[in-house]
Ligand binder design. Sequence first.
Ligand code: OGA
Ligand code: MN
Length: 193
Amino acid sequence: PALLRASSPELLRQLRGLALVRGGFVSEGEVAELLREVEPGLGRGRYQSDHWDRAITGYRETERRLRGGAGLALLLRVTPAFPPCRPPRPSAHVLDLLPEGGVGPHVDSVKFCGCTIAGVSLLSPSVLRLRSLRDPQEWLELLLEPGSLYVLRGAARYEFTHEILPDEKSFFGGLRVPRGRRVALIFRNDPPG
Ligand code: OGA
Ligand code: MN
């Protein structure tokens, strides 16, 4: 089944290569190793809500420099998604969401994040929705299976908000996508200047 849905074929064409999703980017064995590497940084319990930068609920997060074998291998494999002169930062943003947790619509701060965002989803499927800032009728949905990679760049990064749907809103078109706990490793590059 397609991993991308859009409000129109034109929009799908317009964002081709700018919003993309690749299933099976990390294997189950790698998933286990990645979780072992990043989970200690998340602390115990204490999921929070709200964030100065974006509406977010039921989450824990940390920035983690990847040092383990699976982490470094993943960093190497996501690097080609970035421009050669603007590689990803060596620290991944680790975002742990409860099933009922979601990330509200936002655009990543241009002060702290460059032109490319690449996210690897672990444990639970989820839906990432993009909505045009110019025309809210224009949207794109990405179905993020566990082990998948998505990339947002160019117009998809700057001209659309993105959000992760909480369990009660987690649908990919007519397809219900039941959310469990989801851990994402998000790679970003530095803004220019
Ligand atoms: C964010 C964000 C998306 C994800 O934290 O800014 O958009 O894949 N997260 O969890
Ligand atoms: Mn974001």
